[in-house]
Design a protein around this ligand. Structure first.
Ligand code: TYC
Length: 254
């Protein structure tokens, strides 16, 4: 059973879904311009059960958590982390795990560091704590959405409309370039040593947008972490290898 609802958090009307009936709760955090629908289909359909409840949000300005449109600042993921934690509190959850993909993985790391009493476990994949010169080249290379394949672009244009998608994607890339230039590329590198919960890092070895060095760095700098590398995986391991991925996560959360 799945249900979509809205909740007001600090002036933002946030859209979220809930599935399952377990006393153990996990919050799913989508990636850049991501949403519940586009990012967590196979997890919402297969992970929840009698032991596990899955909550998933559309981050502010993404999916159905609009209006207002997304605003990017150097600390936009820290704002997301604060709002997600406040949302969970408002929904009555005081202890939960995090499942974060990519930007959502960065949000998860910030939450785990900032709210150690609330976060029971942390699972993240396709995430990075900082940016290198090489990373910035990758961001700049994919800024122009007219160069994207139709297969990648069409679902996002359908969800957001051509204009909002183009503007928001470009602003997202510009935000990362700005963080690189003004914050020494620090996304959440400074918070890793504050993470005490058990943490599972999953990474596709062939991820072309977040190189595997980022997973190694996270593993080396988060105390209670475990790294699982998916040999043939790219950025979307939870969608492409959903069954294997779900099994790894379910076992870890047990
Ligand atoms: N962090 C992005 C996400 O949330 C993925 C991404 C990383 C895209 C680096 C481009 O250059 C890039 N999906």
């Amino acid at each position: 059973k799945m249900s979509a609802s809205q909740v007001m958090v600090d002036g933002f009307q946030l859209n979220y879904e809930k599935a399952g009936a377990g006393s153990k709760v996990a919050l799913c955090l989508p990636g850049a311009l991501g949403s519940i629908k586009s990012d967590f289909g196979p997890q919402l359909s297969s992970l929840p059960g009698k032991d596990l409840t899955i909550v998933c949000w559309d981050p502010p300005g993404y999916g159905q958590s609009r209006p207002p449109p997304r605003k990017f600042s150097n600390d936009f993921l820290r704002q997301d982390a604060r709002l997600a934690a406040q949302m969970m509190k408002n929904l009555g959850y005081d202890k939960y795990a995090l499942l974060g993909w990519s930007d959502g993985g960065i949000t998860a790391l910030i939450m785990a560091a900032a709210f150690p009493q609330q976060i029971s476990e942390c699972v993240l994949w396709g995430a990075n704590a900082y940016m290198t010169e090489k990373d910035i080249k990758i961001y700049k290379n994919i800024r122009d959405v007219s160069q994207w394949s139709e297969r990648m672009r069409a679902p996002l244009e359908a969800m957001y409309g051509k204009e909002y998608f183009k503007d928001t994607w470009e602003s997202w890339v510009d935000a990362y370039v700005k963080i690189y230039e003004e914050e020494n590329g620090n996304l959440c590198r400074d918070c890793l040593d504050k993470i005490t919960c058990s943490t599972l890092i999953i990474h596709g070895k062939k991820d072309p947008v977040v190189p595997i060095e980022h997973a190694d760095y996270l593993h080396n700098n988060i105390k209670a972490s475990k790294l699982v590398v998916i040999e043939d995986g790219k950025h979307n391991v939870h969608l492409r290898y959903a069954e294997e991925f779900n099994k790894i996560v379910a076992e870890f959360l047990n």
